[in-house]
Every structure is written in C-alpha cells, then in structure tokens.
Design a protein around this ligand. Sequence first.
Ligand code: MN
Ligand code: MN
Length: 305
Amino acid sequence: MIESYIESGKIASRIRDEASKMIKDGTLVIDLVEYVEGEILKSGAAIAFPCNVSINEVAAHYTSPANDKTMIQAGDMVKLDLGAMIDGCIADTAVTIIADGDVDKYYTQDEINLHEEIVEASSAGLEAALATARAGVEISKIGEAVHEAIKEYNLNPIYNLMGHSLEVNNLHAGISIPNYNNHDDQTLEEGQAIAIEPFATNGQGNVNDAPGKYIFSYRMHKPFRLKTTQRVLSYIENNHRYVPFSGRWITDEFGKRKSGIALMQLSNAMAIYPYAPLKEKKNCFVSQKEHTVIIEKEGCMITTL
Ligand code: MN
Ligand code: MN
C-alpha cells in the first residue's frame, strides 16, 4: 500500500509543478483544470477529486463548470489543489501561485507584496507542520505549529478549514488536522496517511459558503420518477461512488439542461452532497499549501514533494 501512496504522490506532484507554469495572465481556469485532470488519467492514476482552482478570496472548492469563462489575471492569488489515486491510495497536494504577467494592470505594488507574504505564510505553516508530524504527536501540536508560523507574518490561518486523514478510496477519513491549537489530544500513528494543508489570510481567518455548486459527492441511492435523474444517479454510482466529482463531468455526459435538473434533484433529495465554494468572510485573500505524508516513528515521509 505504501508503494501506491508513493506512486500517486509522484504523479500528483509532477502534474502540480507542470500545471503551475500555466498560472499566468489570460489563462482560462477551465483549461487549467482540464489539463490537470487529463494528465492524471494519462498517467494511469484515477482522479481523487475535481481539480480545484480557487482565486483570491475563494479559499477552496471551486472548479470550472462546463464552458467556464473565468480567466486568471496577473497578480491573482491562485490556489491549485489536485488529487491522484492509485489503487485507492490518494495523493492530495496544493500550491498557491501569484499569477505571472503585467501585475500593474490589476494591482498596486503594495498589494503584490502583501500577496507574496500571504503565500509565504502558508508555506511556512506547512513547513512547521511537517517538522512536527510524527507518530505519537498530538494533533493539536501540529495546529499550534501552523498557527505560530503564520502569526510571524502578522496573518491568520483559516480556523475553520482543516487537513485530514486519508484512507483507501476515502478522501476525508476520520481525523482532522487543525491549523491552530484546538486542544485535540488525539495522537498520530505510524503508517497513517495524512493531508496537511495550512491556509493563510490577511482576514480574520474564517470562510463561509459562497454561491454556486461545482463539486459533489455521492451519498446514497434514492428512487426518482424522472428517468434522466435516475440515469444520472446510476452513472454517478458506477463512476463516482467513492470520491468527489465535478458537475462539469456530468454536463459533458448528459448536456447542460439535463445535468442541471438532475444535479439539483439529487442534491435536494440528499442522494448526492453539493460542496459550496468557500470564501473568506471579509473577502480577504487566502493562500494554501498542502502535502500528503505518511506518518513515521521519527517524522513523516512526504509523498507529494
Ligand atoms: Mn487538497
Ligand atoms: Mn486536502
């Protein structure tokens, strides 16, 4: 199993680094997410969740809908978060890139300096967490390390977003890794796979749901009178039973009108769960950095380096 974690990690980190080069002025978000998802499939891995590209005050859970016209602008704070899976063993990794290009078109130099600091702060938070993670350590100690590192920049972590344990075919298994000391005295165990993901912001450090639903996960079978809705549910059960999927993939398969109605009915009946994009409460900017690690006796092995 360790071998599969290592393999998915190598694939995810290579694609993350390649795709990062596309983050520049004028890039369409849909081109970026389709590149990432296509490369994951080409590598022989499965997609562990739709490629997230969350910009500026959006912290997470945005992926392009079909025909998305969202464009990256120079100086934007772009979070690229992707997951690859080999035999159900998931690599979950994210990076934040300040989009390349003529930043003066959209931002002042002071703003760009602030963006760079916010990005540095989440990197420092992740470094501190990685230095703390090992078998026997309390989960709250990792959160404390993240918080301390981000405080050095006079910034806040996002208090209501957490890292998570990974299990076979399960992206968010039982354990949550906080980005502050939440006094959780649960300890990590050797061999556990964990995704650690500090977020940093110049805001107060909380995210709320924003409008739109682009990412979903399967919950349970329900009967539906409408044939299309039934067919979409069967399709989801056959193809996306375990890990989150994109509304765009359903649109690609069933068309805009049918997929729109079906996803709404399935969500309302709680056959699927819709994830809202998460936005910083005061619309302040957010950065994120994430690695997947395997917990070892004296430290941890980063699979997504
Ligand atoms: Mn992630
Ligand atoms: Mn994650």
